[in-house]
Ligand binder design. Structure first.
Ligand SMILES: Nc1nc2c(ncn2[C@@H]2O[C@H](COP(=O)(O)OP(=O)(O)OP(=O)(O)O)[C@@H](O)[C@H]2O)c(=O)[nH]1
Ligand SMILES: [Mg+2]
Length: 733
């Protein structure tokens, strides 16, 4: 059977991204409701939403795990991933972004762009994922679309292209004017559907003014639109209908010859404008894809207002799997290969999520090329293991539809895979290809965990192994000195959730130690010309390698404590001349240096922020080998680090605390006691927002402290900013 490639144009792989509590899960819930996927509206605070299905998510009222669900709108299939907003789960967002083609960024209409919205926006930039913006919570006291839009312009940089005008405000927010079709859309409480009608008389002028602003903004960015804009503005008026004639700031607006289009479904209640609506929609789509502009819509997910137009916009502006660049992977011989989203090509998919459910172990796949049938054998390109795909499921809220096959461009869940992990590539056994796995951040916090009953020790190890499979940002290891089991992750909450999962899902009683931050060590002053000769001649094949290394800090300011973070990373280069060390041994030297970086001389912490240069060396015709050079480099760098001036680094974060104004003094005092450096404060709608850089080690227990100091009225979020020199006496809090 030949699959129709064109159906792929009707697929949208969509993520919902935002700062914690902006309303992602509520938006997702309303989308499922509007698309008829669910028949009742769940609420986060009642623990009844589809995507926050985990018992901890329901208890805590936050999203922890990205959840994928599928729904249909206007002849399109939307595969939707609701992501967590809390920074501790940023890796969950990272894995989701890797498989998405587009996203809806949700903002709170009172708070505008918040720190974590900025972080996920940059994450999406890195992945080149086109976005549209939804300004949510327009029903809240103090909500203001224009201020939120300005914060997008200022903090995120793409030009906001606002396509709606709210009707009513705060509690009286009842709908929006669609500036493209010049129609009013309103929602009545208790009614299930959107009502469409003419723009209310009192809003007409403002709507026209905003339409003009939109046209100008689009024309400024889009050459095709600019051309039409100039032609129309210089007086070549198109058909005029029964509409209004208004002159707004020099641009004549009257009736547009609106054609009914596929994308924006009904015709416009006439205006004359410089840009035809079709041109405008096409230009908005182009600008969304290039990221030069971001289409802005608004509404109130909680009150179920603004969801249908949001879905229309998803279909109209966000790309299908065919519109995004072909995925790249690495073949066995190390060469790169592109795979287009073609159902006829060999199968390749990325597993981006693994989750244990009552249905079995579900592996979520984004299929990039080819077709996979149920019962087929696939290979894990990393481990070379082949496995059989049992069932293929389209996850739809509470029920899962069974599929015979999944094709390129789709997101599905499969049952039957035992060994695939989040990040594995699955491919056709006869066409192996490794897709680049999602990046995994280094864990910054760890706790010691121990089974309360010694008979449970093995079960705990199994449970931890399971956790790590599902969440690659967790690391479980045994401390070589103390023999303790250490669980490391992205933050206090991340580890708390992980341990609670072990308790709940495995029925284990677990004792947990105090959280500790993950320190790093860095070079403040290096050494040059460190010579190391690795010679072993004890019978049999000998080993010979001779290396000379220079070590220097990547960031010359490291250790001065002036920055908020410091240079991290590792650079290696070779300055060897005359082939004194052949290229293959240079690679072995680099590998040996990386080996040495795992344990630094101060306290055995990983070493970062340095550059190593191989300046000279020598080989022996018979006894030199990769192994010998790797070992030589390892010993050499260890020695060099012992001879260098080193300093301990600790993770630092930017904290944003929001409290009632009368509590600012308390918060500032408390932050100072935690070695915090305040970088800004502002007032917004009766609340004070304080931003400070604080060592992560000082923030353990801050949530409880802030709650008690502000009678529960204070909240805070954090954003990692890197590492900074730790004081000599390490805090043990
Ligand atoms: N007033 C108002 N409240 C809303 C709206 N949308 C969501 N909320 C509330 O805001 C809170 C957070 O909503 P969620 O949907 O859980 O937000 P989220 O972005 O998914 O949060 P995380 O997943 O934890 O990052 C809940 O109490 C919602 O009921 C809205 O449009 N108006
Ligand atoms: Mg959520």
């Amino acid at each position: 059977m030949r699959t129709n490639l064109n159906t792929l144009t009707a697929v949208r792989n969509l993520g919902i991204l935002a700062h914690v509590d902006a309303g992602k899960t509520t938006v997702t819930e309303r989308i499922l409701y509007a698309t008829g996927t669910t028949h009742k509206r769940g609420e986060v605070h009642d623990g009844t939403t589809v995507t926050d299905f985990d018992s901890q998510e329901r208890d805590r009222g936050i999203t922890i795990f990205a959840a994928a669900v599928s729904c249909a709108w206007d002849g399109h299939r939307i595969n939707l991933i609701d992501t967590p907003g809390h920074v501790d789960f940023a890796d969950e967002v990272e894995r989701s972004l890797r498989v998405l083609d587009g996203a809806v960024a949700v903002f709170d209409a009172v708070a505008g762009v918040e720190p974590q919205s900025e972080s996920v926006w940059r994450q999406a930039d890195r992945h080149g994922v086109p976005r549209i913006a939804f300004i949510n919570k327009l029903d809240r006291a103090g909500a203001d679309l224009d201020t939120a839009v300005e914060s997008i312009r200022e903090r995120l940089h793409p030009a906001p292209l606002v396509v709606q005008l709210p009707i009513g405000s705060e509690d009286g927010f009842v709908g929006v004017v669609d500036l493209l079709r010049m129609r009013a859309l309103t929602w009545v409480d208790g009614s299930e559907t959107v009502e469409e009608g003419p723009v209310p008389e009192e809003l007409r002028e403002e709507a026209l003014r905003r339409r003009r602003l939109l046209e100008e903004a689009v024309a400024e960015l889009h050459p095709g639109a600019l051309e039409e804009f100039c032609m129309q503005s210089t007086g070549v008026a198109r058909s005029a209908g029964d509409g209004i004639q208004t002159t707004v700031g020099g641009i004549q607006s009257a009736v547009d010859d609106i054609r009914s289009t596929d994308d924006m479904r009904s015709p416009v209640d006439g205006i004359q404008s410089a840009l035809d609506t079709r041109t405008l929609v096409d230009a908005l789509r182009d600008l969304t894809r290039t990221g030069e502009g971001v289409v802005v819509l608004c509404g109130s997910a909680y009150r179920n207002r603004g969801i249908e137009p949001l879905l229309d916009a998803v279909v109209a502006y966000l790309p299908s799997p065919l519109d995004v660049p072909a995925v790249r992977g690495t073949r066995d011989d190390g060469t790169e290969q592109e795979r287009a989203a073609d159902p006829q090509a060999p199968f390749a998919a990325l597993a981006f999520k693994v989750s244990a459910t009552p249905t079995g172990r579900l592996t979520y796949l984004r299929v990039y090329s080819g077709t996979i049938e149920k019962g087929a054998t696939v290979m894990d390109a990393g481990t070379r293991r082949t496995e059989r795909i049992g069932r293929i499921l389209r996850v739809q809220a509470d029920r899962h539809a069974q599929l015979e096959r999944a094709v390129a461009g789709d997101i599905v869940a499969v049952v039957g895979l035992r060994s695939a992990r989040a990040g594995s590539t699955l491919c056709a056994p006869d066409a192996p290809l490794v897709l680049e796995p999602p990046s995994v951040a280094d864990p910054v916090v760890s706790v010691a965990v121990e089974a309360r009953r010694s008979t449970d020790t093995d079960r705990l190890a199994t449970a931890l192994a399971r956790l790590v499979e599902e969440d690659p940002s967790l690391v479980a290891r045994t401390d070589s000195e103390t023999g303790q089991t250490l669980l490391s992750g992205m933050g206090e909450l991340h580890l708390e959730v992980a341990v609670e999962k072990v308790r709940r899902e495995h029925g284990l009683e677990v004792a947990v130690g105090r959280p500790r931050v993950a320190y790093r060590e860095t070079v403040v002053r290096g050494v040059s010309g460190l010579v190391y000769r690795h010679v072993k001649q004890d019978g049999g094949a000998g080993q010979f390698a001779h290396v000379v290394l220079d070590v220097e800090p990547l960031d010359p300011e490291a250790g001065t404590g002036t920055g908020t973070g410091t240079g991290t990373g590792f650079e290696f280069r070779s300055a060897v001349v005359g082939g004194r060390v052949p290229q293959e041994y240079v690679r072995a030297v680099e590998a040996g240096c990386r080996d040495a970086l795992t344990e630094g001389p101060i306290g055995g912490h990983p070493v970062t922020g340095l550059r190593v240069t191989l300046t000279d060396g020598a080989t022996h015709v018979k006894d030199s080998s990769d192994t010998a050079f790797r070992a030589a480099a390892r010993f050499a760098l260890r020695q060099a680090l012992r001879a260098s001036a080193m300093t301990l680094l600790e993770p630092v974060v930017e904290v944003t605390v929001t409290v009632p104004e009368d509590a600012v003094g308390t918060v500032l005092g408390d932050l100072a006691a935690r070695r915090g450096r305040v970088s800004g404060s502002a007032t917004r709608a009766g609340s004070a927002v304080v931003t400070a850089t604080v060592p992560l080690a000082e923030l353990f227990g801050y949530a409880t402290r802030l709650r008690s100091r502000t009678q529960g009225r204070g909240t805070f979020t954090t954003r990692p900013t890197g590492y900074a020199p730790a004081p000599v006496a390490t805090p043990t809090r």
